[in-house]
Design a protein around this ligand. Structure first.
Ligand code: FES
Ligand code: FES
Length: 170
């Protein structure tokens, strides 16, 4: 049976109508038209569907929408605004890109791109608490994310590049 819910995504509160056990990913795609999170395995195994829930990475393919009511969701689309808020420039000079996205471009990370949403979201989670991550830190953080194209070395370089950009307040 469908229920009415309020969910906060990328700073906006949305009224949605869905069954309480509907995966959050389906609501993001079908109701809010946010396609940064991808459907990969549907089993919490690959990380393609990752989003931030109150700043921590979760798998939206196995998270019931009812579980996020009243909490804050950030998707890939919301990373620039999140960064603007972090550095305190909301409204003045909002960032066009999160430093991670800028670094991803500079390092030319993606191949097919399918996994990259999850990599970026997990890296955002990591950099929120680990300002200068080692290669080991990054490997451990991204351990549950699969890339069939083998972009792992480029991802490590890009996360470390993003950490430098963030330190400069880029
Ligand atoms: S689609 Fe969610 S973890 Fe693979
Ligand atoms: S870039 Fe293709 S799966 Fe990672």
């Amino acid at each position: 049976m469908a229920s009415k819910l309020k969910i906060k995504v990328n700073g906006l509160v949305h009224n949605v109508t869905a069954s309480l056990d509907t995966p959050l990913l389906y609501v993001l795609h079908n109701e809010l038209h946010l396609h940064g999170p991808r459907f990969g395995c549907g089993l919490a195994q690959c990380g393609a569907c990752s989003v931030l829930l109150d700043g921590k990475e979760i798998r939206s393919c196995v998270t019931p929408v009812a579980a996020v009511s009243g909490k804050t969701i950030t998707t890939l689309e919301g990373l620039p605004a999140m960064w603007s808020k972090t550095r305190g420039t909301t409204g003045a000079t909002p960032a066009a890109l999160h430093p991670l996205q800028q670094a991803w471009i500079e390092v030319q990370v993606p191949q097919c791109g399918y996994c990259q949403n999850g990599m970026l979201i997990q890296a955002a989670d990591l950099l929120a608490t680990t300002k200068n991550p080692t290669e080991k830190n990054i490997r451990q953080a991204l351990n549950g994310h699969l890339c069939r194209c083998g972009t792992y070395p480029a991802i490590i370089a890009a996360v470390q590049r993003a950490a430098k950009l963030m330190a400069k307040g880029a």
